[in-house]
Design a protein around this ligand. Structure first.
Ligand SMILES: Cc1cc2nc3c(=O)[nH]c(=O)nc-3n(C[C@H](O)[C@H](O)[C@H](O)COP(=O)(O)OP(=O)(O)OC[C@H]3O[C@@H](n4cnc5c(N)ncnc54)[C@H](O)[C@@H]3O)c2cc1C
Length: 507
């Protein structure tokens, strides 16, 4: 690690850093990405997990943002059909909240703004003859259906890093940038691993994709001025046992003008979110508060026949949105658009990312590298929009993949084949390897987690702890009990004596 030198160092292994690293590596730049914790350990695993245009942003006249996000849906559905899939949304009509003409106009724009190709258009529904009507209170008789897409958010980050690594990038997790000194011809960055080991690297350019830490990075690590600031807005979700057994999601209008989603989640659960709470102080691990749980339960109870309360919550998660500060008073109305700032005046190139959404990460990364690469003498064209699937996304039809995995390996239970394909796509074959029986998959850690998957995640996806595997590479945390989780943690701790061994194994 001593005195390594790169074209570009990317700070932050959330979706924006991962996207920038992939794009830049694919254009031939030598790239190092450093992430202080696990990949997607912060905001990028705490989202509502929608690749969406953002229907409600139309009310804020954010037409450009909505059009950009809607057109990205189609690109991303093609690039990663195993972790991004179409989802139909049901919006029950409440005429005192928004009149039907307003919703119809919004949905018309939503259908037409973003060059929709594969997704179904919107239409009105009558709940008496629609499966989505079943779990709703009888006062809701009509509504609307429209399309967006679902994404396994943390996996999107990992797949971008895997693709970046396959194009030559080096990905260092659990390694933070402690200081960054800017000279005329490059950056000298001091790195520190979680174990306290430090090292120095050099890079000709630096991309600050530190998400909620982007401003702190400039103030405290790099000592650089910045023209924009961020608003940190916490959002939380709750997970409850399945409230309905069809595959439509709901978008529920609330009396405070906000909307709350209720989404089918991990086969047996319902995901409900989100909140918007101003976050003061340092970003970092945030947790849900009692009044957020209450708010989300009440939001669902307004619509579902079956009432839920705090005792029904089986899991919750929270994250901090790094939003571009546009001086908006209402937290849910702050823009979700991003700004990319290239600063070349103060020495070697510095690119800063302020704001953004998962949905627009690929465009953001493309814009960022379009700006940055010429400063590093690279004039390669943008490439990520042109039929370059993310790892595992080579087969456009995951259902076919499940069928062929089951045909070639009949011992794999249908639910496991489905879970593997909708997380790893074609890479499920790497996990199976030569196995001819469940016993060949190695130690069983609980639910349907076997050593073969754990080994794959360690060897190919930078997983190091039980939490990496149970809550980010998968959502098996919902299914393993405490002793099974501990056993997995012990197993992983024994596998890697030191973090340096870990990073060496992934080089
Ligand atoms: C509640 C909620 C719901 C959302 N829902 C959606 C949605 O449905 N659809 C959508 O498109 N978007 C959604 N978003 C927005 C989306 O999640 C974020 O825009 C996106 O994840 C931000 O990614 P990022 O890479 O900028 O930040 P992060 O994911 O936070 O990544 C930044 C990384 O930088 C690292 N870092 C910081 N400082 C350093 C340092 N000095 N050295 C090394 N590493 C460092 C951090 O550890 C962190 O992992 C939602 C956000 C929230 C909070």
């Amino acid at each position: 690690m001593v005195n390594e030198s790169y074209d570009l160092i990317v700070i932050g292994g959330g979706i924006n850093g991962a996207g920038i690293a992939r794009d830049a590596a694919g254009r031939g730049l030598s790239v190092l990405l450093v992430e202080a914790d696990d990949l997607a350990s912060q905001t990028s695993s705490a989202s509502t997990k929608l690749i969406h245009g953002g229907l409600r942003y139309l009310e804020q006249y954010e037409f450009k943002l909505v059009a950009k996000a809607l057109s990205e849906r189609e690109v991303l559905l093609k690039a990663a059909p195993h972790i991004i899939w179409p989802m139909r949304f049901i919006l029950p009509h409440q005429k005192h909240l928004r009149p039907a003409w307003m919703i119809r106009t919004g949905l018309f724009l939503y259908d037409h703004l973003g060059g929709r190709q594969t997704l179904a258009g919107s239409h009105g529904v009558t709940f008496a003859d629609h499966p989505a009507g079943m779990p709703l209170k009888s006062e809701f008789q009509k509504g609307f259906a429209y399309s967006d897409a679902w994404v396994q958010d943390a996996r999107l980050v990992v797949l971008n890093c895997m693709d970046a690594a396959s194009r030559g990038a080096r990905i260092m997790t659990r390694t933070s940038a402690e200081t960054a000194v800017r000279n005329a011809d490059g950056w000298q960055v001091t790195l520190k691993t979680m174990d306290g080991e430090t090292s120095e690297v050099r890079a000709r350019g630096l991309a600050n994709a530190a998400g909620p830490w982007a401003v702190r990075f400039l103030d405290e690590v790099a000592s650089q001025k910045h023209p924009y600031s961020l608003r940190l807005i916490k959002g939380s979700h709750i997970v409850v046992n399945q409230l309905f057994d069809h595959d439509h999601a709901y978008i529920f209008q609330q009396p405070d003008g906000r909307i709350v989603f209720a989404i089918p989640y991990e086969r047996d659960f319902t995901l409900i979110g989100t909140t918007d709470v101003e976050h003061e102080g340092a970003p970092g691990k945030v947790t849900i508060e009692e009044d957020e749980v209450r708010y989300l339960c009440e939001s669902a109870n307004r619509y579902f026949e079956r009432s839920i309360g705090p005792d029904d919550v089986v899991w919750s998660y929270s994250g901090v949105r790094p939003l571009l500060d546009d001086r908006e008073d209402n937290a849910s109305e702050i823009t979700r658009d991003y700004r990319i700032q290239l600063d070349t005046a103060g020495g070697a190139p510095l690119l800063n990312v302020f704001g953004g959404k998962l949905t627009t990460y690929r465009r953001l990364a493309e814009d960022a590298v379009d700006k940055l690469a010429p400063e590093l003498g690279n004039r390669q064209n943008a490439w990520t929009g042109n039929d370059h699937p993310l790892p595992g996304g080579e087969n456009p039809n995951p259902d076919d993949l499940v069928a062929s995995l089951r045909a070639s390996h009949a011992f794999i239970p249908p639910s496991l084949a489905t879970r593997w394909v909708f997380n790893y796509g074609t890479r499920a074959m790497t996990i199976v390897g030569d196995a001819r029986s469940l016993t060949d998959l190695g130690e069983h850690f609980g639910a349907d987690l076997y050593a073969a998957e754990v080994d794959y995640l360690r060897e190919h996806e930078w997983a190091r702890t039980a939490e990496d595997i149970l809550w980010r590479r998968s959502k098996l945390g919902l299914r393993l009990d405490d002793s099974e989780k501990r056993r997995l943690g012990d197993h992983l701790a024994q596998s890697f004596a030191t973090p340096m061994e870990m990073s060496a194994s992934l080089r």
